[in-house]
Design a protein around this ligand. Structure first.
Ligand code: FAD
Ligand code: FES
Length: 259
């Protein structure tokens, strides 16, 4: 199994990039050196009354500079605390965790559709950079857009907004249909209803589909079973039809799991 590291990561910079959405760069040499697209880090609170770390996907990993970027929405007390960090502060991180996206499913000559919704959008930046094949990115925002420049770096970029303020009015599937988008393989990350709809769309259209599940977690390292989802196969750890999202995932072939 790939190595994971506990690092005291110094905050290089942090900025708010949309309403309630923050982008933070952290010095984390070991994690940056081994992170694969779709993996995440557990971020520990400095308030020891919040024991459980918060899982956040790696948005970008810069191996040469030994730093990683996280982009997150303030959802509750943990992420609110992270949003108050300034340059020079230190956050404890464990990572890289999880399996990451199977890059080999989109070699040169194939086309991938990267699909993200809300806080599932950030890991697509590192994924797009890591794929050899052609890339087409489709994302769905509630209203305000973020990471548009980064997501436009490779291939074509399409988006939907629920509010209809810009792009296609509606969700990512509305955007795919409106623009007649096609690909050989789908990689998706976002809320469960979006992943469920994409699983059905991929099955109907016979497209290989990989989904990253950003469900609630506790330990983050496979020990507590707080994050299980139902699977087709029997899990070697618990001997039931379960997969631990933190350890066996967060990326699964869509048809292997119940969403
Ligand atoms: C593998 C993985 C990767 C993730 N990557 C990112 C990321 O890149 N950017 C980002 O913004 N968030 C990401 N998340 C979600 C993030 O972990 C949670 O938003 C965070 O833990 C909330 O912590 P909190 O203390 O701020 O809020 P809490 O007080 O713990 O929760 C506040 C509210 O958010 C809800 N909530 C908590 N966790 C989740 C979750 N996982 N999914 C949906 N709702 C949740 C709670 O039910 C509650 O209503 C990821 C989650 C996982 C499992
Ligand atoms: S969060 Fe504990 S097993 Fe996944």
């Amino acid at each position: 199994m790939a190595e994971k590291y506990m690092e005291n990561a110094r905050v290089i910079s942090q900025e708010q990039i949309a309403d309630g959405i923050y982008s933070i760069w952290l010095e984390a040499e070991q994690i940056a050196g081994s992170a694969a697209p779709g993996q995440f880090v557990s971020v520990y609170s400095r308030d020891k009354s919040r024991m459980l770390p918060r899982p956040i996907s790696i948005c970008e990993a810069d191996r040469d500079q030994g730093r990683i970027r996280l982009v997150y929405r303030v959802a509750g007390a943990g992420t609110a605390e992270f949003s108050r960090c300034d340059a020079g502060d230190v956050l404890e991180l464990l990572g890289p965790l999880g399996n990451g996206f199977p890059l080999e499913r989109c070699p040169a000559g194939k086309k991938a559709m990267l699909i993200g919704g809300g806080i599932g959008i950030p890991p697509l930046v590192q994924l797009a950079a890591g794929l050899e094949g052609d890339v087409l990115t489709v994302v769905g925002y509630r209203d305000e857009q973020f990471l548009t420049e980064e997501l436009s770096r490779r291939g074509s970029f399409f988006f939907a907004t629920e509010s209809g303020r810009a792009g296609t009015k509606g969700n990512v599937l509305d955007c795919i249909r409106e623009n007649g988008l096609k690909a050989d393989v789908i990689y998706a990350c976002g809320p469960a209803p979006m992943l469920r709809a994409l699983k059905a769309y991929a099955a109907e259209n016979k497209i290989e589909c990989w989904v990253s599940m950003e469900e609630r977690m506790a330990c983050g390292i496979g020990a507590c079973l707080a994050c299980v989802c139902r699977s087709k196969e029997i899990d070697g750890h618990s001997q039931v039809h379960n997969k631990r999202i933190c350890k066996d995932g967060p990326v699964f072939r869509a048809e292997e799991i119940e969403i």
